[in-house]
Design a protein around this ligand. Structure first.
Ligand code: NI
Length: 472
């Protein structure tokens, strides 16, 4: 086990922030690969060879800069910083501890742009576990820039390069079936992929219909092109609109990946004493906005299962929900009992709401909560998002008093509870603050469904608490 992913990423981001020069690093892979085999190790050059009687003479003919380069290399070699060296007199040069094969090196360096390069970059490879089967590899770099006035190299601080992930056994880039062992497993994350395609488009609204209509991807349609601290970068066989490359962020996809490749143990776990407040049937400006003010004051995140018909009327409330850091789910367009509709009609209900929410906020609803909790297997199988129910029904719509609502919750409270409330009733909203105080006093933290809900998601109904998961 290594440290949790989050902290590594934070550490990494911090490094990147303070060392922004690295993003201007030069040339990289292709040039490097080309020269690796073309140019002999400098150390060999530095070793006096009998047949090179004129070596001393010819070294005097070298420029100061080249001599300085060679002397620098010798120093690094003496310090055992480099196990082997590759050196080019071209303007931009990498010196690296070359333990990998050329494919890995090409991968490691392919992201460096060509501008504003230092003259020399030295580096050594560092490897650490990311998961049981993935290794996180990065290079510790130092850069040197020639100072013409001093006739010497200026050395910049050391930096870490972008990390890349390779398979432990093969030292190669993982392939898509390492992460999703088959098409069914991939299908479970389809709604997340849809969102990422929209995120990567210049104009998500323009391709929204196409994205929503896209049949779940097959593993044969996706090629992994890079795996790094952000996630898995994938190339689509057929572009969707203007999008041909998509990043699957770890934070979003962790629970949908093959645990043999990336165990969820490598991601931060939610603590037990957490509950999720969920609010249905809104938005309704008066009560929803009042609720948002309370949640902001209490610093409590929540999940809002909105109706498309209401969302259409109040897009600005949806925007406020998202900008306050809450999560939006889909509660159908106009609150029909979905079990009485055809699968096609249900799909339409859901997609109409998807569109309204996306066009207002740039995000698709994350989950579906069927009205009345009514669902059947034949319908559930056609839906992309996970189905989220509740384990505590406050019956706030019929219980007028805040005190009664708080008591109802306290009587049924358990870890990871999903609490059902409605943001369209004044009395429900009035109950929220006392309810938050009561739960906080008992040591509970509030979170969104995203944090509480773990495990294989699609074709799943999640209830929270001990009534956890029901897989179709
Ligand atoms: Ni409802």
């Amino acid at each position: 086990m290594t440290q949790p992913y989050q902290s590594r990423r934070q550490r990494h981001q911090k490094k990147r922030k303070t060392n922004s020069w690295l993003s201007f690093l030069p040339v990289g892979g292709l040039f490097l690969i080309g020269t690796i085999y073309a140019i002999n190790s400098l150390i060999n050059d530095l070793t006096p060879q009998p047949e090179e009687a004129g070596a001393t003479v010819s070294s005097k003919l070298l420029s100061d800069k080249e001599q300085a380069t060679r002397s620098l290399l010798k120093q690094l070699a003496d310090q055992k910083w480099l196990k082997s060296q590759n050196y080019s007199t071209e303007e931009q040069t990498f010196l690296i501890d070359n333990q990998n094969n050329e494919d890995d090196l090409g991968l490691l360096f392919s992201h460096f742009p060509k501008e504003n390069a230092p003259d020399i970059v030295t580096g050594k490879e560092v490897s650490e576990d990311f998961s049981d089967s993935l290794t996180r590899v990065y290079y510790d770099f130092s850069s040197y820039t020639w100072n013409e006035e001093k006739h010497a190299f200026d050395r910049a601080d050391s930096n870490s390069g972008e990390a890349h992930f390779v398979k432990k056994d093969t030292k190669r880039l993982p392939v898509i079936t390492d992460f999703f062992s088959d098409d069914t497993e991939l299908m479970h994350s389809h709604f997340l992929i849809q969102q990422e395609i929209l995120n990567n488009s210049k104009d998500g609204s323009a391709i929204l219909d196409q994205v929503l209509a896209k049949a779940p991807f097959k593993t044969s349609e996706l090629t992994v092109t890079k795996v790094n601290d952000m996630g898995i970068q994938v190339k689509l066989a057929q572009p969707v609109g203007d999008v041909s490359t998509v990043l699957f962020p770890w934070a979003e996809f962790a629970y949908y990946l093959n645990p043999k490749t990336v165990s969820i143990n490598y991601f931060p776990k939610s603590s037990n004493k957490q509950v999720a407040l969920t609010f249905d049937d809104g938005p309704l400006p008066g009560t929803t906005k009042k609720l948002l003010t309370i949640l902001k004051e209490e610093q409590v995140p929540a999940t809002f299962f909105v109706l498309g018909s209401q969302a259409q009327l109040y897009p600005e409330v949806l925007q406020e929900i998202i900008s306050d850091g809450h999560v939006i789910g889909n509660h159908s367009f106009d609150h029909k009992n979905l079990t009485e509709l055809t699968a096609d009609a249900v799909k339409l209900e859901m997609q109409e709401t998807d569109k309204v929410v996306y066009n207002a906020t740039g995000q698709l609803p994350r989950y579906i909560r069927p009205p009345y909790g009514a669902m059947k297997e034949s319908i559930a199988k056609t839906l992309d998002q996970p189905l989220i129910h509740w384990n505590i029904d406050t019956e706030d719509w019929k219980k007028g008093k805040a005190e009664t609502i708080v008591d109802t919750i306290n009587n049924q409270l358990e870890d990871h509870s999903v609490i059902l409330l409605h943001d369209i009733h004044e009395t429900s909203v009035d109950a929220v603050q006392p309810l938050i105080h009561s739960l906080k006093e008992q040591g509970y933290e509030f979170t969104t469904i995203n944090t509480i809900f773990e495990g294989p998601r699609s074709r799943t109904q999640y209830f929270g608490g001990s009534r956890e998961i029901n897989v179709f």
